[in-house]
Structures are given as C-alpha cells and as structure tokens.
Design a protein around this ligand. Structure first.
Ligand code: B4P
Length: 204
C-alpha cells in the first residue's frame, strides 16, 4: 500500500503516520524527521537545513527530492510506504509522480488531515513547552502555516482530481482521529488494493 498523509503543521500527521504505518506494516517516512536527524551534523548541508527549518521555510526541492528518492529505494519500501510531509510543493509532486510511474507503483490514497489554524497553533505551542523544538515558536509557526497555505494546500486539488484524496477531520483526541482515518482507508481501499498483494481485502 502506498499512501501520503498531508495537512497543516500541527494537524497530527506525524502522530497518525506512526499508527498507520504500524497497522499496515509499512514504513512511515517523515521528511521532517529526516531533516531533524540531518541537521545535527557538522556539514554545510546540515547548516543549510538548520537555518531553513528554524526560519519555518521549506528545504529546497532538489535536496528534498533526492533524499526521498534514496529513502524509497530502500528494500523496506518494496511492500509499500506512507510518506508524511512530502510532497509539499508542485515540483515535489511531479518528481514523486514520475518516480512512481517509472516503477509502475502508483499511489493508492492521499490522506488529508484537517484542523483549523487556532487548534494547530495551540498544539504546536504546547509541544514547544514539552519538546522544545526550535521551530515551535510563535513567529516560526506563523511562517509555517503561511507556507502550507500558499505552497502545499493547493496540491490537495491535484490529488482530488486524480481521485486519490480522502479528507479526514483531525480534531479530537488521537484515538478518535485514528479511528476516522482507518475507517476512511477501509472505505476507500475495500478490495481496490488486490493485485498489489496488499493487506486489505474486499469483505464481499
Ligand atoms: P514536519 O516535521 O513535517 O513538521 P510539521 O509540519 O509541523 O508536522 P508535525 O508532524 O511535526 O506535526 P504533527 O501534526 O504530527 O516539518 C518540519 C520542517 O521540515 C518544515 O517546516 C520544513 O522546514 C521541513 N520539511 C519537511 N518536509 C519538507 C518537504 N517535503 N519539503 C521541504 N521542507 C520540508 O503534530 C503536532 C503536535 O500535535 C504534536 O505535539 C502532537 O503530539 C500533537 N497532536 C497530534 N495529534 C493530536 C490530537 N489529536 N490532539 C491534540 N494534539 C495532537
């Protein structure tokens, strides 16, 4: 099964991606996590990633696309994957589409997790208190929301046009939201993944 999960910063993508990945036995790949792991190194690239992330901007498409392509080429992605936080720009959508088309392994579903701005900002400010992430301060959170609205939200229409988009309400506690996501996946995929050798079967 090949899935994307999209949504504004703080919508709960990372939280839900782990649960979905575990449930279906596929790797949940977060570009945010990859960049956070990279930025501690003492290299010019790490320095660049550090600066971009702490400002709330996006890492360049060139770097991001290369890193994702390398990750998707790893053997644990052969049976499927869930991408969390990628693609975030039109150029990333085009690169991913081309790579998957070349392999003959198209996406099955794009999940869009919805939450209004007040809720996501309050979640991120709460995380700032508990985890101290450098990009969880009010100014950077505003930039991240703006980047999402301007560059990433329009991508949902592309996936809607391809018939892949499933929109799910991200408000409520973590279990409530994951219940909605699994129900939406069951409804969308019921039987449709037969042929990819996947886990969900048509109950009829
Ligand atoms: P990400 O790591 O993807 O950060 P994010 O968008 O803020 O989402 P995150 O996963 O952290 O939030 P979540 O909703 O899970 O990206 C960070 C940065 O990396 C970007 O700003 C950019 O610079 C760079 N980057 C990443 N991908 C890129 C790409 N493709 N191209 C270019 N640059 C890229 O969780 C938020 C909080 O809410 C958590 O504390 C969680 O515990 C809490 N929460 C979750 N569900 C909840 C619920 N139901 N109720 C209450 N709280 C909840």
């Amino acid at each position: 099964m090949r899935l994307l999960i999209m949504g504004p910063p703080g919508a709960g993508k990372g939280t839900q991606a782990k649960l979905i990945g575990e449930h279906y036995g596929i790797p949940a790949i977060s570009t945010g996590d990859i960049f956070r792991a990279m930025k501690t190194a003492d290299t010019p690239l790490a320095q660049q990633v550090r600066e971009i992330m702490s400002s709330g901007g996006y890492v360049s498409d060139e770097i991001t696309n290369r890193i994702v392509a390398e990750r998707l080429a790893e053997p644990d992605c052969d049976g499927g994957f869930l991408l969390d936080g990628y693609p975030r720009t039109i150029a990333q959508v085009e690169t991913l589409d081309a790579a998957l088309a070349e392999r003959g392994t198209p996406l099955d579903v794009v999940l869009s997790l919805q939450a209004d701005e007040d809720e996501v900002v309050s979640r991120l400010l709460k995380r700032a208190e508990t985890e101290g992430r450098a990009d969880d301060n009010e100014e950077t959170i505003r930039v991240r929301q703006h980047m999402y609205a301007e560059q990433t939200a329009p991508l949902l229409e592309i996936y809607r046009g391809q018939g892949l988009l499933v929109e799910v309400d991200g408000l409520g506690d973590v279990e409530e939201v994951s219940g909605r996501l699994f129900a939406a996946l069951d409804e969308k995929l019921g039987g449709s993944t037969v042929g990819h050798g996947e886990l969900i079967e048509d109950p009829s």
